[in-house]
Design a binder for this molecule. Structure first.
Ligand code: RIB
Ligand code: CA
Length: 302
């Protein structure tokens, strides 16, 4: 039986690739997509999610809009990594439909009460934190939460913090202390999930999904000039559900700095020096064949 998942995301080039990887993987069933502000304002991220599903011929998958700002921190203007639309580069038509009327957290709750779901989050964790607060019963019914974010080591938006956690550190802390089974897929592994130019050029000729992925990577590569490939951060979170053996995880205590200088730092107690109980399963290593596996999966969509 496929694992039912909801993808909460901020498309975003790598979020779009995560959506395609989920659709290309029979091990999971993408039950719904929920949008949060992050890489771009909410009106763009919700539209981009629908545009990707339109491209793949999936009008059956509902999209719901969620939070348009962090829980506590001031709203921020996203950088230019993803362009003004949040998914600049590929020429995709406008979305064919509107999001469903329900708020993202209410759609997640409705679906989670219907069957055991895995919630995969690849943007700021604002929707997830709001869901946990508003729907504790449905939260208790969740199988688990897997999020792309944080880092054992250095950040990418500040020296201390990875973007998704920096964007809403209070939400991230709420998720880490929730008591739900939580898996963190941070930069330590996603910075090894690099799509090379050769892999990307191969994808370009592999159908609609391959071509769109190649165009997304072309644009995203601009913000990673010094790397030997383009990190497809969000797809690694989906892969952790599809094929858990691709990642090594360790159960650690994780806290989040909600302060100022190190805002968004994930404090991963890998050596258990705090004596605090582990609360998050943290990815520490990734199979070297990940990007080949991922690109072939997406190419299989045709
Ligand atoms: O730091 C990488 C994360 O920030 C990814 O989820 C990317 O989409 C951006 O949201
Ligand atoms: Ca994202």
């Amino acid at each position: 039986m496929p694992i039912p998942i909801i993808l909460d995301c901020d498309p975003g080039h790598d979020d779009a690739i995560a959506i395609m990887l989920a659709l290309a993987s029979p091990e999971v069933e993408l039950v719904a997509v929920t949008a949060v502000s992050g890489n771009a304002p909410l009106h763009h991220t919700r539209a981009n999610a629908i545009r990707v599903l339109d491209h793949l011929g999936r009008p059956d998958i509902p999209v719901a809009a969620g939070a348009d700002r962090p829980l506590v921190q001031d709203p921020f203007a996203p950088g230019d990594t993803h362009g003004p639309s949040g998914m600049d580069g590929p020429e995709l038509p406008p979305p064919s439909r509107q999001p469903v009327p329900a708020h993202a957290i209410d759609l997640i709750a409705e679906l989670a009460l219907d069957r055991p779901l895995t919630l995969v989050a690849t943007g700021p964790l604002t929707n997830v934190a709001l869901f946990l607060a508003r729907h504790p019963g449905a939260a208790a019914a969740l199988q688990r939460i897997v999020f792309m974010g944080g880092a054992i080591g250095l950040g990418n938006v500040t020296p201390a913090a990875e973007f998704n956690i920096w964007a809403d550190p209070d939400a991230a802390r709420r998720v880490c202390i929730s008591g739900v089974h939580v898996t963190m897929v941070g930069l330590d592994v996603t910075h090894q999930a690099l799509v090379t130019r050769e892999q990307n050029d191969h994808l370009r000729s592999r159908g609609r999904a391959g071509r769109l992925t190649a165009e997304l990577v072309d644009y995203y590569a601009r913000s990673h000039p010094g790397m030997p490939g383009t990190p497809i951060h969000d797809a690694v979170a989906v892969a952790q559900v599809v094929n858990p053996d691709l990642l090594t995880v360790e159960h650690c205590h994780v806290d989040v700095d909600c302060g100022s200088l190190s805002r968004g730092r994930t404090l991963v107690d890998r050596f258990h020096v705090t004596g605090l109980d582990p609360n998050v399963h943290v990815a520490t290593a990734i199979d070297r064949g990940f990007t080949s596996w991922m690109t072939e999966r997406i190419a299989s969509l045709g």
